[in-house]
Structures are given as C-alpha cells and as structure tokens.
Design a binder for this molecule. Structure first.
Ligand code: G3I
Ligand code: 9MR
Ligand code: ZN
Length: 512
C-alpha cells in the first residue's frame, strides 16, 4: 500500500493529508462510496526520504462532507476511511474497555466475549525473602503477561484520569466504560501494595512469565518484589492526583488515597534512592530505573496541588532546577513530564517553571517531527507507539497553553500515524482499520485465538529484542522494524500504559 491514510478516518474539520510513496504522481482523486470522484487535489512534487521511503503528500482537507471514501492515485486506491463527527467514538470505547478485559482478580465470565475467565491470582502473595503473606488481589494485568507492576500502573491511571479531566465530553456517549470506576479498580489494588511504613512494593508477579495460557490458569506462587523509591514516588503522585477525581462522590476512598500519598512521601523523605533490580529468582518485567528524582518531583507537585502545603512546594522548587526542560517524558521510567503538565496550572514560580518546561519540551519535540509526522527517526524504542501517543498528549498541553495551532496539528499527526499514516501501512489498534494489528503478544489472545478490538500494539522497535524480530527484521529501517506476530514481544505486545496515552490523545481529538 502506497497511499497511507488514517484508516478509521477524520473529523469533518480536521486536516486530512495522505502520505504517498512510490512513483511521481500529479493528482489524487477522492472517491465516494459510489466510486464517484468528489475532489481532485495535487500530489506534492517534492519528496522526502525517510526509512527507505520517498514520501510526498496529497492534502484533501477541503473535503468536509461526512461519508465513506478512498483516495485514488493512478491505479492504486487507499484503504477506505470515513469522515464523520463521531468517527472515533467506537474506537475510544474499545480502547477504554480494554482495561476491563485486563482486570485481575475479577470474574469476567459473562460479559466480555473471548477473554472471559474466572477470578485469577487470588492467592495471597509472599513478600520476597520472607514467609509473610499479603492479600493483594485486583488491579489490571500489565500487558501480554499477567504481572501487576506499580510503576506502569501509575502512568496508566494518570493518563486515564487526565484524559477524562481534559475532555469529559469525549466520554459522554452511553456505552463508554466509566473511566472513574475503572481506574478505581486499579487504585484499590495499588493501595494494597503499600507497606505499613509507607514504602510500596515494586510488583506482584510470579517468579517468571508463564506459558501462553489464560490468567486463571496461572497458579504459581505470587511474589511481592521489594519496595523501591520509584514505585513509592509514582504511587504518592498517583494517589495525590486521584484524590481530586473522587473527593465529591467517593469521599472516604479519596481520603484513604490522600493519607496513603502522604505516607508514601514520608517514606521518600526517610529514605535515599532505592532503585529496583530484579532480585535473584525473579525474571518478570523489571521496570528498572537509574534515577528516582523525577518520581520525587512529580510526587511533590501533586502533593502541593492537593494540600497547598509549603513543604511540598519547597521540595519541588529545590529539585526542578536539575531537570532538562527540553524533555518532558510521560513514560514509565522518566515521569518528569507529569510533573510539568500537572504543575502547569499552579500559581507563582513553580507554575511559571512548569509552563516554561511544557513549552520548551513541546517545541523541541515539534522540531523533531519527520515526514511521517512523529518525533523519532533514527531509532525507535520498545513500545514506540507509547512515545508517539505521549507526544500527542504533550502537544495537546502546548496547544492549550500557547494557543498555537501548529501544536494542535502535531497532535493530530500522532493519531494519524498510529492509525495508518506510517511506513508499515498498519493501524496499530486491533479491530480498527482494514489492515490492523491482529496477532498481539498477549496471552489471552494467543490462548483463545481471538484478538479483541481496542488494543494498541507497542509498534516498531529498532533493537530486535525478541527471537521473532531477530529472525525477520534484520536490516529493516527503524519505522519498519515491526512484525504483527504473536511471538514478537518487543514489537507487538499490548500494554495498559500504551492504551492509556492513546485514550488521552484520541479523546482530545474527538472533543474538538
Ligand atoms: O535505559 C536505557 C537507556 O539508557 C538507553 O538510552 C535506551 C536506548 O534504547 O535504552 C534504555 O533501556 C530500555 C528500557 O526499556 C528503558 O526505556 C531498554 O533498552 C528496553 O529494552 C526497555 O524496554 C522495556 C521492556 O519491558 C524490557 O524491559 C519497555 O520499555 C517496557 O515497556 C517493557 O515492559 C514489559 C514488561 O517488562 C513486562 N510486561 C510487558 C511489558 C511490555 O512489553
Ligand atoms: O511474555 C513476556 C512479555 O510479556 C515480556 O514483555 C517479555 C519481555 O520481558 O518477555 C516475554 O516472555 C518471554 C521471555 O522473556 C523469554 N522466554 C519467552 C517468553 C514468552 O515469549
Ligand atoms: Zn490475574
């Protein structure tokens, strides 16, 4: 396929640009469902080289009329797409429903189709290196595996809450899972992961990854890996942030989270960096990190927002100067971007610094945007579609802050890339788009042979970090280092914290 479009489609007023590769073309026609040409636009004559492609563009933004279309250039036709006001409604619902399907310790037998299973991982977990047991059922399975990890959980919860806060109206349609209810499921589990002294266990997993079985078939002992200050900092930030979403309707729960956040902060004050490494015998996801300053800063800013207490403001101000403002990552490892975007509305010096940070970082990402619309070219990390979606969130913040339309357009480009304007010609979301991801590294998908809609693939990763990637992706450019194969966990796994920024990005576009 050489005519690359967003395979779901576009909102009527959105910018609509097909990326075109291959020969030299004069014109592109847009055909309606009856195969009638409704518009003819030029294909740009200059081409940009990227990832082995020569890319030009056909801009058909002037087409606003709702309907189903294809782009035709020479003898080739694009995949079909739609123009409609609520073009993303179904996909957004599916992206949110994914969290429900990822639930652990919940009987999903009646209402969810192929991924049904009885309540899983219900046995008490043993604290690593002891004979002490704790009840830590609940939460979401992280990804294609069934581990439950605090660090990525905090990112996923915050993205969903932010998505909801930024654009409530994107979620108004009946049928959309109630975000606040779903995040509560995860938050309740996170609360169980806090130790009496405020420290938070890094993860609850078996010792190693299981076979490609359903969650209720994994019966190995569950082990609580040691407390880390990255998990504790993320926990403090996430709980402090979540407070404001529950305080009116669910006051007791909100208060419990506030107290837990303060306790986690105290633990951070009493302890230097405790950085996590998988202890002997544990081989599940590590979520290791070589720095906990970003987690501490994020926690300080959230606790200041929540309590207004000077000590948190002072702590944040004493740390913020050490950060590089050209970067505001919303990742699981570096969470400093959450400090920046959550501090944006504060008054005084701290708020001013955070606004400066968001602007500087967004501008530096913006400058890196390539011919396919994303801000990474030379190499793509494991889970690159998360970085693309995270950039979409950052551009949204910069647009809201500055009013500069270029950031809004950049935000749209991130979504269009995920849904088809990429060198693979894939929609990376299962069930949406003609050529969409179908074979994720996801145990329930593999065990049942069914790929439910609404899961975002990690996407191209240039490091060839699994056996399938090593076998099939040698010599590919970064943007093409992707294979839709059950075995390629470094390019085609699915994850709660990859879906979550896409929820925020799609909701932001949908609410326009
Ligand atoms: O820390 C280095 C950094 O210094 C260097 O500049 C960079 C260059 O590539 O690499 C950095 O390390 C990477 C690390 O992520 C942090 O970004 C590793 O190469 C990379 O392999 C690692 O990938 C992580 C992967 O687990 C393996 O640990 C992914 O981000 C992470 O999303 C993924 O998470 C897994 C869980 O472990 C288990 N559950 C599924 C989940 C998704 O695949
Ligand atoms: O299935 C595991 C996946 O969820 C992880 O992201 C990935 C990297 O940590 O590891 C996968 O498990 C593989 C393991 O690392 C090596 N043996 C084969 C496992 C399944 O493919
Ligand atoms: Zn489970």
């Amino acid at each position: 396929m050489n005519i690359l479009i967003n395979q779901i489609g576009y909102m009527p007023e959105a910018r609509k640009v097909a990326a075109v590769r291959g020969g030299l073309f004069q014109n592109a026609e847009i055909l309606n469902e009856k195969d009638q040409a409704v518009l003819c636009v030029p294909v740009s004559s200059e081409k940009t080289s990227i990832w082995g492609d020569e890319v030009s563009y056909a801009d058909f933004s002037e087409l606003h009329v709702p309907g189903k279309y294809v782009v035709k250039i020479g003898d080739e036709r694009s995949y079909p797409f739609e123009i409609a006001k609520d073009v993303y409604g179904k996909c957004l619902t599916a992206l949110v429903d994914m969290f429900y399907y990822q639930r652990c310790g919940c009987d999903l037998s009646s209402d969810i189709g192929a991924f049904k299973h009885s309540a899983c991982h219900m046995t008490k977990a043993r604290v690593y290196g002891t004979q002490e047991y704790r009840e830590v059922s609940g939460g979401w399975h992280d990804a294609g595996d069934f581990g439950r990890y605090i660090v990525p959980a905090a990112k996923a919860v915050c993205d969903l809450l932010i998505a909801y806060e930024w654009n409530k109206k994107a979620f108004e349609k009946a049928g959309i899972t109630e975000i606040i209810g779903e995040t509560k499921w995860e938050l309740m589990w996170m609360l169980k992961m806090q130790r009496e002294d405020g420290g938070v266990y890094h993860k609850a997993t078996c010792a190693s990854f299981c076979d490609m079985i359903m969650p209720d078939e994994e019966k190995e002992e569950i082990i609580l890996s040691p407390v880390s200050t990255t998990a504790t900092g993320d926990f403090a930030a996430c709980m402090a942030m979540a407070y404001r979403f529950y305080k009116d309707a669910d006051g007791a729960f909100a208060l419990e989270m506030k107290n837990a956040a303060v306790k986690a902060w105290e633990f951070l004050q009493n302890n230097g960096a405790i950085l996590f490494k998988n202890p002997a015998g544990i081989t599940t996801g590590e979520y290791g990190d070589d720095c906990d300053q970003d987690e501490r800063l994020w926690a300080a800013i959230e606790l200041f927002r929540l309590t207004g207490e000077k000590k948190y403001e002072e702590a944040a101000l004493s740390m913020i100067g050490d950060f590089d403002f050209t970067l505001a990552p919303l990742g699981w490892a570096d969470v400093s971007g959450y400090a920046a975007i959550e501090g944006m509305d504060l008054e005084g010096e701290l708020g001013e610094k955070c606004r400066q940070w968001v602007k500087t970082a967004a501008e530096s990402r913006y400058k890196g945007i390539n011919a396919y619309g994303i801000a990474m070219t030379d190499s793509l990390p494991w889970g690159s579609n998360m970085d693309v979606s995270d950039d979409g969130m950052l551009f949204y913040c910069a647009w809201k802050l500055t009013g500069d339309e270029k950031y809004r357009e950049a935000m749209h480009k991130q979504l269009n890339y995920i849904l088809g304007v990429n060198p693979m010609g894939y929609s990376y979301v299962s069930g949406f788009g003609t050529k969409c991801m179908r074979y994720p590294h996801h145990r329930p998908s593999i065990a049942t042979g069914v790929c439910q809609p609404g899961m975002l693939s990690g996407g191209p990763a240039s490091g060839m970090m699994d056996p399938v990637a090593k076998e099939f992706l040698q010599g590919k450019s970064a943007g093409k280092s992707y294979i839709d194969d059950h075995g390629s966990y470094s390019t085609n796994e699915i994850c709660v914290y990859w879906n979550s920024p896409l929820v925020a990005l799609m909701a932001a576009v949908k609410a326009e």
